[in-house]
Write a protein that binds this ligand. Structure first.
Ligand SMILES: *Cc1c(COP(=O)(O)O)cnc(C)c1O
Length: 408
């Protein structure tokens, strides 16, 4: 291996440090299950240290299996410490509860992951924590909303469902300048499309916290719920870790093992999802019922230039993007027709989540989801597609037959 260049993430994940038990030199990490961890004597029990990974105290605070996964997720994200939570949403909630107190304010992009907005509107509001939604495509709007009560800014690139790609570099720089913690929901980028802790490629700028729904690409199987919080800042990590401990969050060893098993193929899967998704998104753009296709790698999609800047260099200049695209069906098409289209799909199944082998589809009512006007979007009904690992020609044929059935 060359000294000047770090190995690619896929190589690092396959060759990640792991010390096997003496006499059993297999590279696959073992699965350790425990609530109780025994101490040899009282002195050792009193000297227990769970805040760093120097010893084990109780299953909830970590096992060799969960530590191993935390270290690999930190590698994937380019951070230095990681904490696991029982879901992506639990990781989001932990960040909020660790950093916010009564009288504080949190800012969220108006196109943020819906349940993250709902948490701010319900529990956080009940605890006396205020929130504001900012325009994800207008850095000046974010700048104007940061005030002396602002303690946390959520970022998402691209936004959920409508996939507008923000100027993440400018947003992060702004948070840095104003001394506010930035937390990125990095589920879409997955540590592969861009480096959340090195956005400019020269080591000078990164988000403070990267949250990742491991439920999606790291699991890859549609069979695990898990989330992570990755940081580079030791003090911030400790703050999250204390809240994480007091909230009693842990993950099961079997779930951690499932993600460990899937990680070596994450880069391959991500690329396969990406290639198929772009092909289908481009094809959908030519269909008469479609007013707009939302996919950050397609020219004309909101924020495309920001995607190009951040993710455009990967894969020999093709750039990197996840396996999601959305379509705005022309406003002349009725809600019933769009529903009929979704019902007529056979390979794209109706269901939430993404990142697994099966293609999924969800129709959305944008009016219920947004506080702000969305001039960047064509009027009409939004449908989001998650592209799985089926053959892309079969998926295209499925879209074609459903379009024919619903729109003639
Ligand atoms: C799925 C998802 C989450 C939440 O993950 P869960 O494990 O389902 O709770 C958070 N953010 C984004 C962007 C997601 O897509």
């Amino acid at each position: 291996m060359s000294q000047s260049r770090l190995p690619a993430i896929s190589t690092q994940l396959v060759h990640h440090d792991y010390v096997p038990p003496a006499g059993f030199h297999a590279p696959q990490p073992a699965v350790h299950k425990a609530s109780t961890v025994l101490f040899p004597n009282v002195a050792a029990m009193r000297a227990r240290e769970w805040k760093d990974k120097t010893s084990y105290t109780y299953g909830l605070h970590g096992t060799p299996t969960t530590y191993q996964l935390e270290e690999r997720i930190a590698t994937l994200e380019g951070g230095s410490q990681c904490l696991l939570a029982p879901s992506g949403l639990a990781a989001i909630a932990t960040v909020a509860l660790a950093l916010l107190r009564q009288g504080d304010e949190v800012l969220l992009p108006d196109n943020a992951y819906g349940p993250s907005k709902a948490l701010a509107e319900a529990e956080l509001a009940h605890y006396g924590i205020r929130h504001q939604m900012f325009d994800p495509l207008d850095v000046q709007d974010l700048a104007a909303r940061i005030n002396e009560r602002t303690r946390l800014v959520w970022l998402e690139a691209p936004g959920s469902v409508t996939l507008e790609f923000p100027d993440l570099i400018a947003q992060t720089r702004l948070c840095r300048e104003r001394g506010v913690v930035s937390a990125l929901d990095n589920t879409w980028g997955a540590g592969l499309a861009f480096a959340p802790f090195d956005l400019t490629g020269d080591g000078s700028l990164g988000v403070d916290i990267s949250v990742h729904a491991l439920t999606k690409y790291p699991s890859g199987g549609g069979d695990v719920l898990m989330g992570s919080m990755t940081t580079r800042d030791q003090r911030l990590h400790l703050k999250l870790k204390l809240a994480h401990m007091r909230l009693g969050l842990g993950v099961g060893a079997n779930d951690a093992e499932a993600v460990l098993r899937a990680l070596p193929s994450i880069a391959l899967r991500y690329r396969a999802h990406d290639v198929a998704t772009r092909e289908l998104a481009r094809w959908m753009a030519d269909q008469p019922a479609v007013a707009q296709v939302l996919h950050p790698a397609l020219p004309g999609s909101p924020g495309h230039a920001h995607w190009q800047q951040l993710c455009g260099a990967a894969h020999g200049g093709d750039g990197a993007a996840a396996g999601l695209f959305s379509v705005v069906f022309d406003a002349s098409r009725s809600q019933e027709q769009v529903d009929a289209f979704c019902d007529a799909l056979r390979l794209f199944r109706l269901g939430y989540s993404w990142g697994g082998p099966m293609s999924l589809v969800v129709p959305y009512d944008l009016g219920e989801m947004r506080e702000r006007a969305t001039p960047q979007l064509a009027p009409g009904t939004v449908v989001r597609f998650c592209v799985g690992l089926e053959d892309v020609q079969d998926l295209r044929a499925d879209l074609a037959q459903a379009l024919r059935q619903a729109f003639g």
